[in-house]
Design a protein around this ligand. Structure first.
Ligand SMILES: *Cc1c(COP(=O)(O)O)cnc(C)c1O
Length: 237
């Protein structure tokens, strides 16, 4: 079991590190949204994080997230950050505020179809595989603009920005070029001015690399273990 006081302290420490990284980059700390990644964590741990001031939660599996949402409700904004199977899109849309993992035409088509059925637009970030790692999901950077044109034409999906994951344990220079690469892609897209496509959010940075991500322009960071403790020792894993 992880202690509640640890979560409180960890949230505070992470916030201080975010603020420090923001100031070093000449940015205001309030620009950066902290998403506490609560996958594999219990509902009690989620409640503790919310009591510590967390207002955004991130989950990577729809069913697990749905079960938690059914228990605690919208005590925070819910972010779907993991790969989304097409047949779970409708379920995810029922309770998530932002999907970070729009990464293929078939998923876009299903989200658009559900948006029509549910009578409301769905908000999503497009996940880009900037580093080109084979194990990573996400669109290749060269396919981003044609994909966004397709999404804009579909309607029903409001793209709010981009998301990426840096290679695990990569040297700082590789992390940095991954994050600056996403920022530059967003800049290029922004100049196009496609309908329904905004580049408001850059979701990048996790426990091990969020300071580098903030230096490169991240304004959403997804942080799990630095808040809830190392996964192998935590209660829920
Ligand atoms: C698990 C996960 C995170 C958080 O990872 P930590 O290293 O525990 O901070 C962030 N983003 C995604 C997509 C994840 O799956």
């Amino acid at each position: 079991m992880i202690l509640v006081s640890n979560i409180t302290k960890n949230v505070q420490t992470v916030r201080e590190r975010i603020a420090h990284a923001a100031r070093l980059a000449g940015r205001h700390p309030d620009e950066i949204v902290l998403i506490a990644v609560s996958k594999n964590r219990s509902v009690d741990e989620i409640r503790s994080a919310v009591a510590a001031g967390i207002t955004h939660l991130g989950e990577n599996r729809v069913q697990e997230a749905m079960a938690k949402w059914c228990e605690v409700g919208s005590i925070a904004a819910w972010h779907m950050i993991g790969t989304l199977q097409t047949n779970k899109a409708a379920l995810a849309m029922q309770f998530t505020d932002l999907i970070h993992s729009l990464d293929r035409p078939s998923l876009a088509a299903e989200l658009a179809r559900q948006a029509v059925r549910q009578g409301r637009a769905v908000e999503a970030l497009v996940q880009v595989n900037v580093s080109g790692e084979e194990t990573k999901h996400g669109l290749p950077p060269t396919e981003l603009e044609p994909f966004l044109e397709q999404v804009a034409a579909l309607g029903g999906i409001q793209v709010k920005g981009l998301m990426t994951i840096a290679p695990e344990g990569a040297p700082a220079a590789v992390q940095q070029s991954t994050f600056s690469g996403l920022r530059e892609l967003a800049r290029r897209v922004d100049r196009r001015g496609l309908p329904g496509i905004s580049m408001r959010w850059l979701s990048m940075g996790m426990s091990d690399d969020f300071e580098t991500a903030i230096a490169e322009g991240a304004n959403m960071v997804r942080i799990g273990s630095a808040i809830f403790g190392n996964r192998s020792y935590a209660g829920g894993a």
